[in-house]
Design a protein around this ligand. Structure first.
Ligand code: ADP
Ligand code: ZN
Length: 562
């Protein structure tokens, strides 16, 4: 830190080291600490280790930048993101902090000069990429230098099952072994208990104090509707609740991004596509327009979002199911950064469950890896299917408990409690149909059997002779789809993707078939929260285009070699 500058600022005749509050104001320009920052800063400054779990935008960097100035020596900041590292160093230098970075963008001479500065104690903060930190030469240099602390940013990168896994992060436990007296602070915005435990174990942070900030975003209203005709439902949502406002619509595939953006445009929405397959210049232009103009709706794959800092995004919509609650939270978290009311809206249907489960089953990677993905998906499905408060469920996943039966007053289920029905009987019929047809068919055919339809396929397989044929004629088709979706989401049936999505019974099915388990299910409510109750249904008997496409696929796959 430039002490002369501080002396001037503080006009103190007897130079005493500045306090945290003073530095907060003079260097960072903030009038007060936010949330847990103050406690974290003093804990680290006093030499303690910490694990900090704070949502994106919560103010994590201050938690190590300030102790770096308060403690003598240089703070080493491990960060995997080169661009972010350079931005931070530039901003710190502007504020008069002696900061530098070491990464692959520097030439030999620049590296030498930074290393010299470190050895001579001329740096407050040094940002390094993890692979560089682990080089023997760098570790030697650290032993010759005075170190204030180690900050490990994006600490979830140690998690082998996370989407940001960096093998070099696994070696960071060396820091604790070689420099046991130097305090360490690990930071992340990924807060599920599994990842948290992994960070603690791999970085040897067993004695660290854990600081968990609330992940609640009270101004975001969560709504998950049953998918009927997702595009039309989305259009109505935008027109009725967010006409002329900025928003993001997430889709799974590039093709769907392009199609949805084009379609919204024909309906008068100022929509622009964004995905990694587009030309770089066009993509950059769309991002810039979204940031600068009012009321642009970006339709995007999850490639869109990193580095977007637009405070007045009024809604984030999902036309496809994300892979996990972490993904859902991160994506919806881009809404309402300004604290004003914002919507997180998602359309969810049978096709989503099948598609995501299928992607996991057919993905490369070992059984353990797939099991982790399945667990993550199941947690998200639980959020989609719950009849209780979505916020409570979401925060519960991140380890925040609000008490059972909590009503947040700002999610669809709290605002308009869903109707439920006793679906035990229907569930048993559905599972019987799976069993009687040999666990070789998908939901489409099973529903035909239950409803007693006379299709070619039913005749061909002789399924009209089965006891289950027509036993579900009193329940309509969309309710049956809902039943199958919930059975899959709840783990009572699972699609075998090696057998083209044929539904099979699970261990849990037995209890249900025996009548030991009761199930309450949500009623099909595609128009929840919508003021107009009329839903224009697609031509295919109430199937959404996505479900219809999926059914076409299932139909062509339905024949499994006997
Ligand atoms: P994170 O790394 O957790 O995503 P940052 O450290 O980038 O968050 O901080 C997010 C934003 O919040 C930055 O613009 C930062 O200047 C601001 N900020 C951080 N701490 C405070 C504070 N105590 N008061 C006001 N603004 C703050
Ligand atoms: Zn709620």
């Amino acid at each position: 830190m430039a002490w002369s500058r501080l002396l001037l600022l503080l006009c103190n005749p007897v130079p005493s080291p500045p306090t945290a509050d003073q530095l907060l104001a003079t260097v960072f320009g903030h009038s007060a600490f936010r949330g847990a920052q103050s406690g974290i800063v003093s804990h680290i400054t006093n030499g303690g280790d910490a694990l900090v779990l704070m949502p994106t935008g919560g103010g994590k960097s201050l938690c190590y930048q300030l102790p770096a100035l308060l403690r003598s020596g240089t703070a080493l900041v491990v960060s995997p993101l080169i661009a972010l590292m350079q931005d931070q160093v530039a901003a710190l230098r502007q504020a008069g902090v002696r900061a530098a970075f070491l990464n692959s963008t520097l030439d030999g001479q620049q590296v030498n000069s930074v290393e010299r500065a470190l050895r001579n104690g001329e740096l407050d903060l040094l940002y390094v990429a993890p692979e560089r930190l682990m080089m023997p030469r760098m570790l030697d240099l650290l032993h010759e230098s005075q170190l204030a602390l180690f900050a490990i940013d994006e600490a979830h990168c140690v998690s082998q099952w996370g989407h940001d896994f960096r093998p070099e992060y696994l070696q960071l436990s060396v820091l604790h072994e070689q420099f046991p007296e130097v305090p360490r602070i690990a930071l992340t915005a990924t807060a599920d208990p599994q990842t948290r435990d992994e960070i603690i174990a791999r970085l040897k942070l067993e004695d660290a104090r854990i600081f968990v900030s609330s992940f609640d975003r009270p101004n975001i209203r969560y709504t998950i509707v049953d998918k009927v005709d997702a595009r039309e439902q989305l259009l109505r949502f935008i027109q009725e609740e967010h006409a002329g406002e900025a928003g993001i619509v997430y889709c799974l595939s590039r093709k769907k991004v392009d199609e949805t953006a084009a379609w919204l445009k024909t309906r008068g929405v100022r929509a622009l596509p964004y995905h990694a397959g587009m030309e770089t210049a066009t993509r950059a232009k769309h991002q810039a327009r979204f940031q600068q103009e009012d009321g642009i709706v970006v339709v995007a794959t999850i490639a869109f979002g990193m580095g977007i800092d637009k405070p007045d995004v009024r809604f984030v919509a999902h036309l496809d199911l994300p892979k996990s609650i972490e993904g859902y939270y991160q994506e919806t978290g881009r809404a309402g950064r300004d604290g004003q009311p914002a919507d997180a809206w998602m359309a969810y249907g049978l096709g989503d469950v099948v598609q995501q489960q299928r992607m996991i089953d057919l993905s490369e990677g070992g059984e353990v890896f797939k099991r982790v993905l399945r667990t993550k998906l199941d947690a998200l499905l639980g959020l989609c299917e719950t009849a209780g408060c979505r916020r409570t469920r979401l925060l519960g996943y991140f380890g925040e408990t609000t008490g059972a039966g909590h009503n947040c007053g700002n999610c669809d289920n709290c605002l308009e409690p869903p109707q439920t029905w006793d679906a035990t009987e229907a569930a048993r019929k559905a599972l019987s149909a799976i069993y009687r047809t040999g666990q070789r068919f998908g939901a489409v055919h099973l529903i035909d059997v239950l409803r007693g339809k006379s299709t070619e396929r039913i005749a061909q397989w002789g399924h009209d002779k089965l006891t289950v044929f027509g036993i579900g004629a009193d329940v309509d088709e969309s309710t049956w789809r809902n039943v199958f979706r919930q059975l899959m989401a709840l783990g009572y049936a699972s699609p075998d993707h090696e057998a083209y999505g044929a539904l099979q019974l699970t261990d849990a099915s037995r209890g249900m078939l025996k009548g030991e388990v009761q199930v309450e299910m949500r009623r099909v409510t595609p128009t929840r929260k919508g003021k107009s109750a009329k839903v224009r249904r697609g031509a295919s008997g109430g199937l959404s285009p996505a479900d219809a496409a999926l059914m076409d696929k299932l139909k062509s796959w339905r024949f499994v070699e006997a």
